[in-house]
Design a binder for this molecule. Structure first.
Ligand code: FES
Length: 342
């Protein structure tokens, strides 16, 4: 059984399934809701229930006194609806209000994704979750004071692990360490979430994602978020890499397109190998985009990847009279020279 939840003062609505916490349902449907520990202890997700009934299957959460509960206050990471609800919470829809935090994080898993890309799955300390918008990035803080920026590849509703895609950069100290010396359980310090590369949901324009290499990471987070949220805007994903072996999540992107009629996946190889037997698009990704969409004006463009690619995308769009305020990119805010791995 599903219940409807109305949020005041934002006026947003979402549904919650039987047994699902109000917070989990809100995050699953893209309502940016304040939270911290997700286990009833910190009180970040507190709000008021103005109308309707709910229960705490595990008893009154530690973040709430009985007196507060009697006054209608609720802890939404623990509350289960048993009727439709009207609640009052300071729901957020932009980065404003999301706290940037510095936290320790353990490498829970390290996985080879391609010949020169690994996936790092980071776990925060018990009871801690990082609140972020899909597509944002974190800094890894190094002992010598330097930082390395990595996009979050997981969507916020799937935040047990923070997923990073790390490319091996020739001469890159951190990537060398990550590839060769970093052990599972290694302890890192991170700071985030950062950046304004996230989906503008007030727009209804079709979405054009242009990713280069591991610039796929934040795009993955945003597309998984958009699919979970059942956003029906057409999605075109161009992924530019050198050869077939660099499309390190080709099956996943293919699956999005197979399972969702509004998602279109268009990989582009700049230097296909003969063994690739590639019959798809070749050349530079920005040229492939313009060949497909000679008039890009109706689209919102999200570009992520090496600065040279992102600038080529931007220059070629602007040359066609594209409105720059409809293009979003992480490349304009990272300190790339300081080692972003896209
Ligand atoms: S998120 Fe900490 S109490 Fe709900």
């Amino acid at each position: 059984m599903n219940y409807r939840v109305q949020v005041r003062p934002s006026g947003r609505e979402f549904t919650v399934e039987e047994g699902e916490s109000v917070l989990d349902a809100a995050l699953r449907q893209g309502i940016a809701f304040p939270y911290g520990c997700r286990n009833g202890a910190c009180g970040s997700c507190r709000g008021k229930v103005l109308d309707g009934d709910f229960a705490y299957p595990d008893g009154l959460p530690p973040a709430l006194t009985q007196k507060e509960a009697d006054q209608g206050l609720a802890v939404f990471c623990q509350a289960r609806a048993v009727s439709d609800l009207t609640i009052e919470v300071d729901a957020m829809s932009t980065v404003q209000g999301i706290r940037v935090r510095t936290l320790p994080a353990r490498v829970a898993r390290k996985e080879r994704l391609a010949h020169d890309v690994i996936g790092l799955y980071l776990k925060l300390p018990e009871g801690q979750r990082l609140q972020f918008l899909a597509g944002q990035y974190i800094d890894i803080l190094l002992k010598d004071g330097r930082r390395r920026a990595f996009s979050l590849a997981n969507p916020p509703f799937s935040d047990e692990y923070l997923e990073l895609h790390v490319r091996q950069v020739p001469g890159g100290e951190f990537s060398h360490y990550a590839f060769h010396d970093m052990h599972e359980k290694a302890l890192l310090r991170i700071r985030g979430p950062l950046g304004s590369f996230f989906l503008r949901e007030s727009s209804q324009r079709p979405l054009l994602f242009i990713a280069g290499g591991t610039g796929f990471a934040p795009v993955k987070g945003i597309i998984e978020y958009a699919l979970a949220r059942r956003i029906q805007r057409p999605i075109y994903l161009f992924w530019g890499v050198r050869a077939r072996r660099d499309l390190y999540m080709h099956e996943l992107a293919t699956q999005w397109a197979t399972e969702h009629a509004h998602v279109h996946y268009l990989p582009v190889l700049s230097e296909p190998e003969s063994e690739d037997q590639w019959s798809g698009r070749t050349g530079w990704v920005h040229e492939a985009v313009l060949a497909q969409f000679p008039d890009p004006a109706p689209y919102d463009v999200y570009a992520s990847g090496p600065p040279v690619m992102v600038h080529a995308v931007r220059d070629s769009l602007l040359a066609r009279g594209f409105d720059p305020s409809r293009m979003f990119s992480d490349a304009f805010e990272y300190a790339y020279v300081d080692g972003h791995n896209n």
